[in-house]
Write a protein that binds this ligand. Structure first.
Ligand SMILES: Cc1cc2nc3c(=O)[nH]c(=O)nc-3n(C[C@H](O)[C@H](O)[C@H](O)COP(=O)(O)OP(=O)(O)OC[C@H]3O[C@@H](n4cnc5c(N)ncnc54)[C@H](O)[C@@H]3O)c2cc1C
Length: 458
């Protein structure tokens, strides 16, 4: 049996710990806060339920589903309402529905005829030979043209990274899309073939997103319950040393200032990149320097509860996103209770707004009054309401330096860090949303891969 110490009790660390423990390792998780889950946190505001961080798990999410199955909570998976597939963009002064079919695409006012033609011609654009990594803006600009890139692709990058499409690296952030181009020659062809395959396999459409009964916090809480006393909260890892007899020692400090050394044969760093770098600096300075290069975006989340009649212009659906070219500061408003109707009682609408990101770093430091005024004023503008809608309840959640930016070269940087660790400090592993991307599904997949790297106990 080997002792594994996981530092950081977010979804990446907990998944690694649970998988390693299931394989027979003696696992300990140390988490700086009193609660587990990191970015994942469900809370109540008045009669409504909100997510402070992630709202849902997107797509088919096979790793999320598998983990829920192993934890015995597969029954708790809640699909989003079908109305959630109706998404809107605030574009040229009004909310416009995003096309969901080819017919819609031809009819939409979001794009000019020239832009639509350019997008349809995507199938004739030759793939670019592998080599230097393109930014997201370069890749999609080349394949579907600038018009679509500045509207649809922009909001995807905002929604995933609160990032800048001119800096996020295609191979680092969206490697599966680059592979689609290489394999099928065109994204349109790939999407058509894949849609046909999945229709044949499943015969039904999977929901676009899912959550859990009681909110996403159910996942880290269940992982904590399964891991039992192996999870130690309120302990911050301060330093990492090599032990003369082999293995590693990690010094942890509690809120009262008491320091303890925990020993392990293998250590998993599943805390933010910069903090992982700080722990590694005395042992492998080159790896630490690479981790210090990982940039982060800050985000402000606002929760608001409205009486239904206060927002008559709100379309039923997912909510709306705002491409940066529209010059609003709000990144988007999500209609939380349209997506998951059990989050608000009849007659009320629970809504979540996002502000900040790499292109608006000042937002995180604005005071509550300014943020409220700005968000509700821009909501009134988007809904074409003369009166600013007044929520019954309103609250802000600030997330400083929370979303890692997988900029050009990121994947190569992480590969280089892994190679340095394997050569100089074998038994130290990486997990965390900065290794493979911030989506929960990717964190779970990366956590399982880290458990594979830990191996089976001798
Ligand atoms: C506002 C917001 C909205 C999001 N929306 C979505 C969404 O809708 N869908 C989706 O899939 N993803 C979403 N994400 C992304 C996703 O939530 C995160 O990428 C993911 O939860 C990160 O998990 P993690 O374990 O890698 O990191 P974290 O959750 O950051 O966990 C790291 C943990 O390490 C701990 N720690 C730090 N330093 C120390 C130390 N020295 N010692 C011990 N512990 C330490 C921290 O306290 C923390 O608990 C969103 C994120 C945010 C912030």
């Amino acid at each position: 049996m080997s002792r594994v110490l996981v530092i950081g009790g977010g979804i990446s660390g907990l998944t690694t710990a649970f998988t390693a423990a299931s394989r027979g390792h003696e696992v300990t998780v140390v988490e700086a806060r009193e609660r587990v889950g990191g970015c994942i946190g469900t809370s109540r505001l008045g009669p409504c339920r909100f997510e402070n961080g992630p709202n849902s798990v997107q797509g088919k999410a096979p790793d999320f589903r598998q983990l829920c199955k192993e934890l015995g909570i597969a029954e708790a998976i809640v699909p989003a309402s079908p109305v959630a597939s109706d998404r809107h963009l605030y574009f040229r002064g009004r909310l416009q529905r995003l096309p969901t079919s080819f017919k819609d695409f031809l009819a939409t006012d979001l794009l000019t005829t020239g832009q639509k033609f350019r997008a349809v011609m995507e199938r004739f654009v030759k793939p670019r030979p592998a080599g230097h990594e393109e930014t997201v803006a370069e890749f999609f600009g080349r394949r579907i043209g600038r018009g679509l890139t500045m509207t649809l692709v922009d909001v995807v990058v905002t929604g995933t990274f609160a990032g800048n499409p001119n800096r996020i690296g295609m191979l680092s952030a969206f490697p599966e899309i680059v592979r689609m181009e290489q394999q099928y020659g065109s994204l349109l062809n790939a999407l058509r073939l894949r849609a046909a395959e999945s229709r044949m396999k499943e015969g039904r459409r999977e929901p676009a997103m899912v959550s859990l009964t009681g909110g996403l916090q159910t996942l880290p809480e269940t992982l904590r319950a399964k891991l039992g006393t192996a999870v130690r909260t309120g302990l911050s890892a301060e330093s990492l040393v090599r032990r003369p007899e082999g293995g590693y020692g990690v010094h942890v400090r509690d809120a009262a200032g008491n320091v303890e050394e925990l020993r392990a044969d293998q250590v998993v760093l599943s805390l933010p990149a910069e903090r992982a770098g700080m722990l590694l600096a005395p042992l492998v300075a080159d790896a630490a320097d690479l981790l210090f290069e990982v940039e982060y975006a800050s985000l402000v989340v606002a929760h608001a509860v409205f009486p239904k009649e206060a927002i008559p212009g709100l379309p039923v659906g997912f909510g709306f996103l705002v491409p940066r070219c529209m010059r609003m500061r709000t990144l988007g408003w999500m209609s939380t209770s349209h997506i998951f109707p059990d989050t608000a009682p009849e007659g009320l609408v629970a809504m979540t707004a996002f502000l900040g990101g790499v292109l608006d770093p000042a937002a995180i430091d604005m005071d509550e009054g300014q943020l409220r005024h700005l968000l509700l004023g821009e909501l009134a503008l988007a809904l074409h309401q003369k009166q600013t809608p007044q929520p019954l309840q309103f609250r802000l959640v600030r997330w400083p330096s929370v979303l890692p930016q997988l900029t050009v070269g990121h994947a190569r940087r992480i590969e280089a860090v892994r190679a340095l660790l394997a050569a100089e400090v074998p038994g130290i592993h990486l997990a965390g949303n900065w290794t493979a991307g911030p989506a929960i599904e990717r964190c779970i997949r990366a956590g399982r891969a880290t458990a594979d790297a830990i191996g089976c106990p001798a």
